[in-house]
Structures are given as C-alpha cells and as structure tokens.
Write a protein that binds this ligand. Structure first.
Ligand code: ATP
Length: 634
C-alpha cells in the first residue's frame, strides 16, 4: 500500500511543487464554471477556496458557481428509472422533499461533466494512482492478474430490493451517466461490467435515494458507493471555504471501522476520481495528525476517515460537516454495533452535519443483523433496502472446511496445512495465507513460532504501531512474508489480492465475524479456501456455522451437525443472532413485528426487484448486542 502517512509525506512534496505550476490553469478554468444547482440544504455563504500558497498574492478571480438549468443535459441522458422519484413519504408522514435532496441526479444534476473548477481543478498536478497497480503486479504474482475474474459466478444471485419507487438496475456502466472522467477510470480499473451490487446500487444512489445495501464479501461494494458520490460531486458546485479559516468543508464523508480499510478506500476512491477534479483525503488514528491536517488544508471533497480521528478533527474545528451531501458507512453493521455506535451518533447527529433527508446516506456491509438494521434506520430517510445474495451469507466461491482440532494440536495442524500447500505446488509467494487468532498476544506468539519453523510470517493487530501495521500489510501483499497472522482488525473489508487460504486458527464467537474473515479470500469472482479449527470451545458457533456452510453448498461434517443439533435441543446458542429459522435477505421493515403499528418504517411501497428469496423470516436470534472480541479492534 502506498498511501500510508509515511508515503504521503513524499507525495505531498511532489504535489506542492506541482500546485504552483497549475495555478494559472485553474484560473482559466474558473471563468468557465458551469455548476449544477446546489442541493436544497442551506449552504453557508463562503468565499472561494484559495490554496494556502496563493493566499498572500493578488486574489485570483473565482466566479460564483452559475446554476445550470434543472433537467440539464445529464438529466436528459438518464433512463427514467434513474430520475428523482416522484413521491414517497417521510418517516413521519408528509411529502418528501426529494427535489431538494442533495444528489438527486435525475432532476437536479444538470451540471456539465468535466467543468468542475472553482479553485479545485487539480487534474494537472495529480499523482497518478494507477501507477501503484503496475508496481504491485510484480513477478511474484505473474499470471494472476485480474484477468481471471469470473463475475458470471454472481450472475444468478438472488436480489431483493424493498422500499418505494426503486429505480431499476442497469446491465452496463454505460447505461448510467457517471461522467467522462469516472468512465475513463472504470476503464483504467479494467472493470468491464458492473457486479450485481453495482448494477442495483448505483442507479439507486444516482437517483439520490438513501440506501441500506447488503452484498457478499468481495463483490464490489466500494465502487458501488464511490462512483455515485464522485459523479454527484462532479455535477455539484466546487467546494468552498471561508477566507482566513482553517476549517475545511468536505462534500462527502466515508467512514470505516479500521485504519487499513480507510487507507484502502482512499486508494480506491483516488483511482475512481482521477482527473475528475474531486479531491479525496484520508484521516485515521495512529498516524501524525499534522500531516493529515496539511492534506486537508490543500482541499477536500471526499473525506475518508475512521471515527476516532474524525471526532478529533471536528473538535479541533479543522473539519466541518455542514456541507456534507453524501454520507457513506462502510461495514455499517460494525459501525453501528456497541463498540462504535456512540461515536457514530455523535458524528452524525450531534455535530453540524445536515439531517437525514438533507443529505444522502448509504450504508453497506456483507452482514446486517436485524437489530442493527433497526438502529441504522435512524440515520436514513425513506430508504431502499438492497440485498444481493442472502444477508450475511458467504459466497460459494469459497470452499469452507471445518476440522476438529484440540487447542493443544492447533500449531502442528497448521504446520501440516502449510506443508501440504507447499507440496501441492503452490509456491509460498503466490499463495498468501491469512491466519486469524483471537488475541494480540496469541498473534505475536504464533508469528514467532512460524518464523522459527521456516515459514516467513508477519502480524497485524492493535498493539502494533501504525507504521508496523502498514509495513506488515505491505510485506504480506508483496509475498515477502506470505503468512499474515491477524486479529479481527484485518477481518473486514481488506482487499488483498492472492489470498488463497484463510485459516481460522481461533474461531470467532460471532458468525458474522466468520463471514467477514473468510471473505478475505474468494474475492471478485475468484475461488478461495477457508479452513477453521473447531473444538469444544466453539460449540456456541456450531449451529450458525453448520447452517451457513449448508447454505453455501459446503459439506458439513457429521460431527459438526451433531454439535449443532445439541445446541438446538439444549437451548444454548443465545449468542448467535441467527439461531432460529434461517437467514434470508430481509429488510427488517418487512417483519410483521415492525409492520404492526409501525408503518413509519415503511411507506407502504413494494418493489421487490426480482429476488427469488424464500420466505425465511430473517434473523430469528436474540438482540444484537454482544460486541464480540472488541479488544482486537482499534
Ligand atoms: N465491476 C468490477 N469488475 C471487476 N472487478 C471489480 C469490479 N468491481 C469491483 N471489483 C474488484 O473486486 C474486488 C472486491 O471489491 P471490494 O473490495 O469493493 O469488495 P467488497 O464488496 O467491499 O468486499 P468486503 O465485503 O470484503 O468489504 C476489488 O479488487 C475490486 O477492484
């Protein structure tokens, strides 16, 4: 990964130099500003942003954004389904002010593409984020580039949508007018066609609707929320800032639970927004804040952040959320569980962010327990629920194996697996193995033991410094240390190419954590292997594990079925949210308990988007509330 804070120091110097060179270009572009109509949320009257290095010079001529006509050219190009919905009700009744909603691309997004300026046009001086890709496609992984992606594996996946006036899905990127720059970047990313979650989510988001989206690990959720945000910002007016103030006013906020995931989203978003005149900045804990402040001062349209560091920036008044038009929570169920929820509420409800309905909110995850859905609905406005694949299910691209291994035998068993991998001809460098353990101490100890036994390993967990964490990931990705021993800090979101095998050396207590962990392999249509060591200590997971495996067409060992049956009969399993009837892709608003007397959850619309779902009543288990092994997190 190149976008660590350490790397960015070097980048900052380059771009500071280039900034001066392009200042005159910006001024020329400013006179041609053609911005879209601004969202209805009252926006503070701010002077145009002046880059720090130009502040003491003669003021640049920056024209006020010129509103372009409603139903401008890009609106006309949109299929009718992508235009702003005509009706709907607010949670408390009353008409929806859709027309005033930010991001309603259909009827409000009339800006011409590529004309974004107002002091922000940095296409000339941007570091090319795609050069990293060439560097990392090194000799160790020759022949394993993205060409093997098989998205046909996702073609007949069941899809459920619910909510009012659900915009129809698209089959190609070309059907959605994301703008030339984004289209060019899609091509640079070698994305030939949208994945199922992208086919459904992008039109929904481009139409300005709030969304709760659940889709399997590795199925392209990042692009599903990034493309609409970037193209919405490209259509909108340039970001502005009060003269003399060091506070910045991003238009979009993307929150994620871990530093490494935020770094990754930032890298992806930079690729998607390359030469689009949209600036993406990342802020996360464990790295020097001054460097991040300098990056922010150079301008920010999209801020990617971990919650803790963001709160710090807000309290220092270095970031204001009052111009936020797009709010995305990645790994949203994790962001709203007991560990993070107070911080998220503070950010979303107690700072200066526009209220729901005045901003566009999008929540994405591979798992969405019902109780978390209920919590999440506080942040959403007349939203659409989208489930691609079954909620919380695992992809059958991953072969899952469960082996009964006593605690005392785990190390030798792991050694057998690693030896077998070598014997099978999978070069250590080409087949990365990710081993999940329960504790930070356990991670260090296992790493040491592996290294002593001739298996180059490294580790990532919350007790390591941020520099060490980033270095460990780099070393793992490059194949220099093809084994990474990790706590749950690496369980969610990380997209590491060439992870062939995930080993649950210690199983998690929560089945959703298992889903995310094994999802580090078998991504983007590729196959993968996940092996779990199970023993008496994991019996509370037996039932949900057996069910999950069955659903993903995996072979369930008889002994595991017996454990699962014992849990069912014995009434144990209170920990597992899914104990009870099977999970399916369910919008919690459709549950009868929520419908009675709670019509406010659901405006009464329909809109099943063609899902072949069974009638399973969703998460039957108890209340979500056990934060699991939070000690492993930041
Ligand atoms: N349309 C596409 N065509 C080809 N590859 C794609 C496409 N969309 C995304 N990808 C690739 O698929 C991989 C997985 O994407 P991403 O990390 O967004 O998955 P995710 O659904 O967010 O997973 P997780 O649930 O683990 O966070 C990435 O390497 C990404 O570049």
């Amino acid at each position: 990964m190149r976008t660590s804070w350490a790397d960015s120091v070097a980048n900052a110097e380059n771009s500071a130099f280039a900034t001066g060179a392009s200042a005159s270009t910006n001024n020329a572009a400013n006179t041609n500003t053609s911005a879209a109509v601004v969202a209805a949320a009252p926006r503070p009257d701010r002077a145009a942003y002046v880059p720090p290095h130009l502040r003491n010079r003669a003021p640049a001529v920056v024209e006020a954004p010129v509103p372009s006509p409603i139903n401008g050219p890009s609106a006309a190009k949109l299929p009718s389904g992508l235009r702003a919905p005509s009706g709907g009700t607010r949670p408390g009744g009353g008409p929806v002010r859709d027309m005033g909603r930010p991001g309603f691309g259909g009827s409000r997004g009339g800006g011409s593409w590529g004309s974004r300026s107002g002091g922000w046009d940095r296409r000339e001086r941007e570091v090319n984020p795609f050069t990293n890709d060439e560097e990392t496609t090194d000799a160790a992984f020759d022949g394993q580039e993205n060409t093997g992606i098989n998205f046909d594996a996702y073609e007949d996946i069941p899809v459920e949508t619910s909510g009012e006036n659900v915009p129809p899905p698209v089959s190609t990127f070309a059907e959605i007018d994301l703008g030339d720059a984004v289209n060019e970047n899609i091509r640079r990313c070698k994305y030939v066609k949208p994945t199922p979650v992208q086919r459904h989510a992008i039109p929904i988001l481009v139409a300005g609707r709030d969304l709760m989206a659940c889709a399997q690990t590795g199925s392209g959720k990042t692009a599903a929320f990034c493309f609409p945000i970037i193209s919405g910002i490209m259509r909108g007016p340039p970001s502005h800032r009060q003269r003399g103030s060091r506070t910045v006013y991003p238009s979009a906020l993307i929150l994620s639970p871990t530093r490494e995931l935020s770094i990754q989203i930032h890298e992806e978003a930079r690729k998607f927004s390359y030469q689009a005149g949209v600036r993406v900045v990342v802020a996360y804990g464990g790295a020097p804040i001054n460097q991040q402040l300098r990056e922010l001062e150079r301008g920010v349209d999209i801020l990617v952040a971990t919650p803790g560091r963001l709160v710090d920036l807000l309290e220092r008044a270095r970031v204001s959320l009052q111009n936020i038009r797009y709010l995305a929570l990645d790994e949203a169920d994790r962001m709203l569980d007991m560990g993070f929820e107070p911080q998220i509420r503070k950010i979303v409800e107690q700072m200066d962010m526009p209220t729901r309905g005045q901003r566009q909110t999008m929540l994405f995850s591979a798992t969405f327990p019902r109780e978390i859905q209920r919590l999440a609905s506080d942040f959403l406005f007349n939203y659409i629920f989208l489930a691609v694949g079954r909620v919380g299910s695992s992809t059958d691209l991953i072969v899952q194996r469960v082996e009964f291994v006593l605690e005392s035998d785990k190390r030798s068993h792991l050694m057998d697996l690693l030896h077998a991998q070598r014997v099978n001809g999978t070069s250590a460098k080409q087949a990365l193995t990710l081993v999940f353990v329960e504790t930070k101490k356990g991670a260090d100890s296992l790493e040491h033991w592996l290294c002593m036994n001739g298996f180059p390993a490294t580790t990532i967990h919350g007790d390591r410094t941020q520099q060490e964490r980033e270095q460990a990931l780099r070393s793992f990705k490059s194949g220099a240390t093809p084994i990474l021993v990790a706590t749950d800090v690496a369980a969610r979101g990380l997209d590491i190419p060439h992870v062939a095998h995930v080993v649950n050396f210690d199983l998690p207590n929560d089945i959703d954590d298992y889903v995310h962990r094994i999802g580090r392999t078998g991504r983007a249509g590729k196959s993968g292997l996940a092996t779990a060591f199970f023993n008496e200590n994991n019996s509370s997971l037996s039932r949900s594990l057996a069910e999950l495996m069955q659903e993903a067409n995996q072979e369930v060992p008889q002994w595991l079925s017996r454990y699962a049956a014992a849990r069912s009969h014995g009434g144990g399993g209170g920990r597992n949210r899914r104990s009870g009837p099977r999970f399916g892709g369910r919008d919690f608003r459709r549950d009868s308990s929520n419908r009675s007397g709670a019509g406010d959850y659901f405006g009464g619309g329909s809109g099943y988007g063609g899902g072949a779902y069974g009638a399973s009543p969703g998460y039957g288990g108890g209340a979500y509330g056990n934060p699991g092994l939070t000690s492993a997190w930041d």
